[in-house]
Design a protein around this ligand. Structure first.
Ligand code: COA
Length: 328
């Protein structure tokens, strides 16, 4: 069996129509547009308002667009991996719901939970399936309805997040594609970033609702420090082990959590600003969707042979980077 490379052959996205501006947030909490923009880089974010639509709906839309872009039929997909922290239900997996919605009848499907690093963990997992020859076509989706776990009276979190989905099709190719990845995990025993209730530790009860346990809770300062170190360290780690300098890298695709974290990462990598994909201003932090959303927004500028570093940090704590060569 000759070893194959996993290449991205299609990219798709979904953004809800509703635009939640900083101005509107000023009417919910004590904040202001200037503070949010200077501390985070965010001006607006999208919110999925329809009460009967959830994470799988956005994943479905992004998946259909990615399949069309790749020219691949849903029936030809072997595996679907959905990265999310806001599944439609605790179970079944959101990936199973997407499988049904898009008619990928020959695929098996599962969710992967690694918060904001979820898409990178999922992409490398799908890549290994293709490299091993076990799968020929894999759909990797990052989709999160963050508004479903946000307390819109908490100014330290509600300004940061938005809803969206992004997806890619991975297929076997001869060259380029995913060259290398590095992932790290450090169990977050201090719970600096988590959703306290709804799992088996604190199942839903009157108490968990009263205590707002079903919303995101985070120690912003500690997460900021860890994320700034982690994203920059892992990006340098992957560059060093592949003998890449800032000159060699065509694009950095960073997780979009905070513009200051992105800037610090790019600085340490020695990259010019023009090489960094940044769309946090329009969408905020869409958790598992940020990286495929960037790939979608920049896809017409990517050239065959471009060296691309994808880099993320998230709850878990999780962080990682992927080095890929654009191959289409
Ligand atoms: N509007 C106005 N003021 C706010 C505010 C808001 N939305 N949120 C906090 N403040 C206030 C604080 O109360 C504090 O006031 P004080 O000095 O009187 O006590 C002041 O602004 C500074 O707060 P601080 O928490 O030090 O701000 P910061 O510069 O650390 O920025 C975050 C806060 C949340 C933007 C920043 O810590 C961050 O981005 N953390 C990482 C979050 C993240 O990325 N999470 C996901 C990881 S994938």
């Amino acid at each position: 069996m000759t070893s194959k490379r996993a290449i991205i052959t299609g990219v798709g996205h979904y953004l809800p129509d509703y635009v939640l501006t900083n101005k509107e947030l000023e009417s919910y909490v004590e904040t202001n547009d200037e503070w949010i923009r200077t501390r985070t880089g965010i001006s607006e974010r999208r919110i999925l308002k329809d009460p009967d639509k959830a994470t799988s709906y956005m994943g479905e839309k992004a998946a259909i667009e990615a399949l069309e872009d790749a020219g691949v039929a849903a029936a030809d997909i072997d595996t679907i991996i959905v990265a999310t922290v806001t599944p439609d239900y605790m179970f079944p997996a959101t990936a199973a719901l997407v499988q049904k919605k898009i008619g990928a009848d020959n695929a098996y499907a599962f969710d992967l939970s690694a918060a904001c690093s979820g898409f990178l963990y999922a992409l490398s997992t799908g890549g290994m399936m293709i490299e091993s020859g076990r799968a020929k076509k894999v759909l990797v989706i990052g989709t999160d309805k963050m508004s479903s776990i946000i307390d819109f009276t908490d100014r330290t979190t509600c300004i940061l997040f938005g809803d969206a989905a992004g997806a890619v099709v991975l297929e076997a190719g001869e060259e380029g594609g995913i060259i290398d990845f590095v992932h790290h995990t450090e169990g977050d025993e201090q719970c600096m970033l988590y959703q306290p209730a709804g799992g088996s530790m604190n199942p839903a009860s009157e108490e968990t609702i009263k205590n707002k346990g079903h919303f995101i809770r985070q120690d912003g300062k500690s997460v900021f420090k860890k994320a700034t170190e982690g994203m920059a360290d892992v990006s340098l780690e992957i560059m060093e082990r592949n003998n890449l300098t800032g000159e060699d890298v065509a694009w950095l695709v960073p997780h979009q959590a905070n513009l200051r974290i992105i800037d610090a990462t790019a600085r340490r990598m020695g990259l010019d600003k023009e090489k960094v994909m940044i769309n946090i201003g329009k969408y905020g932090n869409t958790t598992a969707a940020t990286i495929p959303l960037c790939l979608y927004d920049w896809k017409d500028q990517l050239k065959k042979g471009d060296n691309i570093i994808l880099s993320a940090f998230g709850g878990g704590l999780t962080w990682g980077a992927i080095y890929l060569k654009w191959s289409r």
